[in-house]
Design a protein. Structure first.
Length: 351
């Protein structure tokens, strides 16, 4: 499969538009000229050890969940490890692709996989994603009534000339016993200011002006984090064992919510893979499950009676790769060899 064709397929699997605005997703390193991809290596973090593994296994593309290039690079030399990753990738004609938060938002993405550690439950996104575009042209709709005078045609002509105005329609209307014209138009945020300025010049001529924000429709089951409702309440101690088993961890870190014990029931759990503080904050639940949280965010949760389980950042993500391998194989119609890195691991360990 050609690299461009594969990238298009990966973008179709998880559109980059689902990623957070601060993220850096998509194709990050592209060898030249374009080449065919026979082997795709999946990794959570692209370290130098994983890069050498990719070279040894003759991978043509690395899908790194975390983007190895995040802050802009001012140079590409062999001085720093991230620069060396780019150098090695280009030397061996290996592309680098990162999906990151686009996979977090997917209905069957990282957070859905993490929720399986809780047992039988239903879940909804904590922060639902919206469609990348509005249901109609523009970001706002403006509607107003106008007296039937020659000034109306002049004003409508001026409005039509504003860049960013679309879907301009007029309908006859009867307002307070008088024949008038009902005008409706769509416009961009910038054009809205010009439309309002024009209307304000003839405020006695235009009546009942209304401005509507055109909302982007939500995408079903898509978004950041998950609020999970368990089929049956389970003790916190049982939840801990389930999570350890799912993530294949010998231990996790636990902060008991105020007034809670290991036997306290858990019915609702809010989770977010990776670093979940900003996603989980303010959510009402019995439990927060994530990789890492700041000290003060843990204290806030505990004070509100919410227990917190921390598993280290990448431990809440890495296990998804095996599931991803099988899902992508189907999505790509088994056209390429997909392997999961054996060198990728969490950098932290108990000493």
């Amino acid at each position: 499969m050609e690299l461009g064709e594969l990238v298009s397929a990966l973008n179709g699997f998880a559109p980059p538009s689902l990623a957070e605005s601060w993220d850096n997703v998509g194709l990050l390193v592209e060898p030249s000229p374009p080449h065919a991809v026979n082997t795709l290596l999946l990794t959570n973090d692209l370290t130098e050890e994983v890069m050498e593994e990719a070279v040894q296994k003759k991978a043509d593309l690395i899908l790194s969940y975390h983007p190895p290039i995040f802050a802009p690079l001012k140079r590409v030399t062999c001085r720093t490890w991230k620069e060396r990753l780019v150098v090695r990738a280009l030397e061996h004609r290996i592309g680098i692709y990162s999906p990151h938060t686009a996979y977090d938002a997917l209905p069957h993405g990282v957070n859905h996989w993490l929720s399986k550690g809780l047992g039988a439950c239903t879940s909804v996104p904590l922060h639902p994603s919206t469609a990348p575009s509005y249901p109609a042209e523009g970001t706002h709709r403006v509607e107003f009534c106008a007296d039937n005078t020659e000034d109306v045609d002049t004003m409508l002509s001026k409005i039509k000339d504003i860049q960013g105005v679309s879907c301009l329609t007029t309908l006859p209307a009867r307002v307070d016993g008088e024949e008038q014209t009902r005008v409706s138009l769509n416009c961009s945020q910038k054009a809205l200011l010009e439309v309002v300025a024009l209307l304000s010049q003839k405020s006695l001529l235009y009546h009942k002006t209304e401005i509507f924000l055109l909302q982007k429709p939500p995408l079903p089951h898509t978004g950041m984090g998950r609020l999970c409702t368990l089929s049956e309440p389970v003790s916190l101690s049982d939840i801990i064992e389930r999570i350890k088993s799912h993530l294949k961890l010998p231990h996790v870190r636990l902060a008991l919510g105020m007034g809670k014990t290991l036997e306290s029931p858990v019915k609702k759990a809010a989770l977010c893979a990776g670093s979940g503080s900003s996603v989980l904050k303010g959510t009402e639940a019995d439990l927060y499950l994530t990789g890492e949280m700041s000290h003060h965010d843990v204290l806030d949760a505990v004070a509100n009676g919410i227990s917190v389980i921390l598993c280290e950042h990448s431990n809440t993500e890495r296990g998804f790769l095996a599931e991803l391998r099988d899902t992508l194989a189907i999505h790509l119609q088994n056209k390429i060899n997909i392997i999961v890195s054996e060198k990728d691991r969490d950098p932290l360990q108990v000493a």
